[in-house]
Design a protein. Sequence first.
Length: 423
Amino acid sequence: MHDLVVVGAGPYGLSVAAHAAAAGLDVRVFGRPMASWRDHMPAGMFLKSEPWATDLSAPGKARTLAAYCAEQGLGAEHGVPLPVDTFTRYGLWFADGLPLPVEEREITAVAPHGGGFRVGTADGETLGARNVALAVGVMPFVHLPGVLRGLPDGLASHSTDHRDLGRFRGAEVTVVGAGQAALETAVLLAEAGARPTVVARAARLRWNTPPVPLRRGRGAALRAPHSGLGTGWSTWVWSELPWAVRRLPEAARAHIAATALGPAGAWWLRERFEGVVPVRLGLRLLRAEPHGAGVRLTVASPGGNPEVIETAHVVAATGFVPDLRRLDLLDPALREGLRTVRGTRAPALSGGFESSRAGLFFAGLLSAPSFGPAMRFVHGVSFTAGRLVRGLRDVPSGRRPAAAPRMPGQGADRPGAPAGAAR
């Protein structure tokens, strides 16, 4: 029986596997490395976060994004956006450096078995594990507005459905949303020869400001500290103190996870967007129906009369909603029996990312209602990976990772070192 099976090979899964392997555990990791980054982001996208804040996590902190870029002769500078393709290659380089193979096979079943779990693969293998860490990324939780779900195939899609936007050349495309995914997708559509329009419920678009220098006077740094997710005290708390977020009441945590660091465009995108992409704000979707070869959308502003928008295709850049019900690989009885964070469909987790079923751990988006918005970003891996591995159950004593050191007065939920990088 394996000490740990990791399901997922994105930043969270690879980082958990790196810490588990370094601890001498018997671990296997399954999934297509960096799959959502390789397969579900349009070519030409850039990271919204700073390069210095986008490391995967491994003991020793040797396999950083900066180390990869230096090895490849690439730049990774503060205030200079980094192509998503460069980050993707960094993740593959990180995976290649693991002391165990990443098995590109699909896990289709996780069920309780004895004191551990029975794990099944799509190609028929069954294996036993004392612990399972689900680091399945965001793709199971894609959110498509209800009014678009009844449209025939080919008329509506999610922004993650497209790697090549050139297929829309010459077409009218309506992009729904007001965040970075919507705004950058619209720009890339325009640059690919399409005719995009952004439609959003928001009353106005929000744009992030350019990053301030890393080196500043003490007064400026105290007024607005840097963090992995941006500048300012509230952002610093969400970024660097996920253990403190977890100690808040459940309703507060759920609200913070859903609303903090909300939709906004990157500062470097604004010049490419304004004056290029038409925007219709303050509108909500009422209906969507096929019309000729395209779509007829009925929209309305608050208190306004409905109006019609005709378009060839609708791209919903409407994010992701953590929801355990989307995890078909989990045994139904196991899934339904997990305790959730009140007001959400995400698992309630211990300080070590363990669910109410002993030995079953969650990392990434599903942990955001427990630990806050950092878990929606690559930033969260450095807080997650080591803590999750230290919390594993029923590992033989000779292979059990050492507990994190604690400072005087430090509780069980507080890490012995500050959190690290960001997405």
